[in-house]
Write a protein that binds this ligand. Structure first.
Ligand code: PMT
Length: 394
């Protein structure tokens, strides 16, 4: 969990009906205290108790925001707001108010389709670089019923922007590669060999690194856990181990940190049948699949010549966790290895928590408690950042 952060959420107009409930609840779920300020037009659409009940704090009426609330806020999210209000929030008297806030002010304008946004883009270009940041719609529309469609960033994108604004940017300027999820090894048009990875651990690593300012590439197999819509996360979906190897090797030399969390198939079927394989009558009910080794991505990076990133491997073990993890760390030439005992309840595949022990190249070991995958990701990134700093200093 983050240490308690506070955000001031300003809401204007009909977006209060579509964005406020999902945004407030998802921010609270991330451990953020939310104070909601509604404009008069938003208050006409929902009763004052709506936001008080949601956020657990008394409503503030925009524009009468008490100075104490500005001073206590770690960031401000104005989402969604009309084009007119978005421009007002950039005026000098508001710029002075924003200086009281500890972090950035993120403004999410909502356009009617007939507005071309030229005006607001002009305001945007003259206010770039300061405390005010903008989150424009990226082809997203929200259906406002009888009011029609509104061009506005989705609640999920607003959440990512808010969490980034609230998080210390200690990964700014760093390029991070994550592999995530399972791979699927096809042997006919309908069948494949795969494993139980959902991608949740890898996605948590990508998301936490992006919140901390990293430029993240996530190469992932067919996952059941979605990649969050964060502008700093570039998703590269692949299907099988060979495709994951190709995608990783094409970009790894540019990276500062690579964390290989994917559960890559160690074997793939030797033959692929272009037609669905039929049940055969003369096999005594036995079907055999001949398989061959896939390329080992972690090992290939660890033994590549030339520049390579700070390399973090994962190990999914079911026994002799310490011995196998140490052996993997050394044989694959990693800087760090995160071992999880996948037989422990609440650890490993397809659960929201994980229990990881980190083995470092210098022989030290950090045993992390069982935590949410997002908290495990935060701790792994902390340890990796420290190791990267030490490597750069040597
Ligand atoms: O996705 P979730 O449901 O959230 O589950 C998370 C997880 C259990 C998948 C994750 O925490 C985890 O343990 N990932 C590594 C799984 C694994 O395949 O471990 P391994 O011990 O088989 O592989 C060791 C390392 O080599 C891993 O970094 C793996 O990504 C890498 N590898 C393996 C085979 C291969 N051909 N290429 C590789 O790069």
């Amino acid at each position: 969990m983050l240490s308690l952060k506070r955000i001031l959420l300003i809401v204007d107009g009909p977006g209060v009906m579509t964005h406020t409930a999902p945004l407030v609840t998802s921010l609270l779920r991330q451990g953020v205290a939310v104070r909601v300020a509604l404009t008069e037009s938003a208050r006409l659409l929902v009763g004052d108790y709506f936001t008080t009940m949601l956020s657990g704090t008394p409503l503030v009426r925009f524009p009468d925001i008490p100075e104490k609330i500005l001073d206590d806020s770690d960031a401000v999210l104005a989402a969604p707001v009309s084009e007119k209000l978005a421009k007002t929030l950039c005026e000098d008297n508001w710029q002075a108010a924003w200086k009281r806030v500890k972090g950035p002010v993120v403004i999410v304008p909502a356009f009617l389709p007939q507005e071309d946004g030229a005006d607001i883009r002009k305001t945007l270009s003259s206010h770039g670089g300061g405390a005010v940041q903008w989150l424009m719609a990226d082809g997203e529309t929200t259906d406002m019923g009888s009011l029609g469609l509104l061009d506005v960033a989705s609640p999920a994108r607003c959440l990512e922007a808010a969490m980034t604004a609230l998080t210390k940017r200690d990964f700014a300027g760093k390029r991070v590669l994550i592999t995530a999820g399972p791979t699927a090894e096809d042997f006919d048009p309908v069948r494949f060999v795969t494993n139980r990875s959902t991608g949740r651990m890898g996605v948590a690593l990508a998301r936490m690194a992006a919140w901390r300012g990293a430029d993240v590439t996530i190469v992932h197999g067919p996952m059941s856990w979605p990649v969050p819509p964060h502008g700093g996360i570039h998703a590269c979906p692949v299907r099988n181990a060979q495709a994951m190897y190709d995608a990783v090797m094409a970009c790894v030399a540019e990276m500062d940190l690579a964390i290989l969390c994917a559960a890559v198939a160690d074997f793939t079927p030797i033959e692929y049948s272009n037609v669905k394989i039929k049940k055969q009558k003369n096999t005594d009910g036995v079907f055999s699949l001949k398989m061959k080794r896939t390329p080992d991505i972690l090992d290939s990076i660890g033994h590549a010549t030339g520049r390579h990133p700070f390399l973090v491997g994962f190990a999914a073990e079911s026994d002799h966790v310490q011995a196998y993890a140490q052996a993997k760390l050394e044989s694959k030439n990693c800087d760090m290895l995160c071992a999880n005992d996948v037989t422990k309840p609440g650890s490993g595949f397809a659960v929201g928590t994980n229990q990881v022990t980190v083995f470092k190249r210098d022989g030290s070991v950090v045993e992390l408690p069982q935590m949410s995958k997002e908290d495990v990701a935060r701790r792994i990134l902390d340890i990796a950042l420290e190791g990267m700093g030490r490597r750069a200093a040597n």
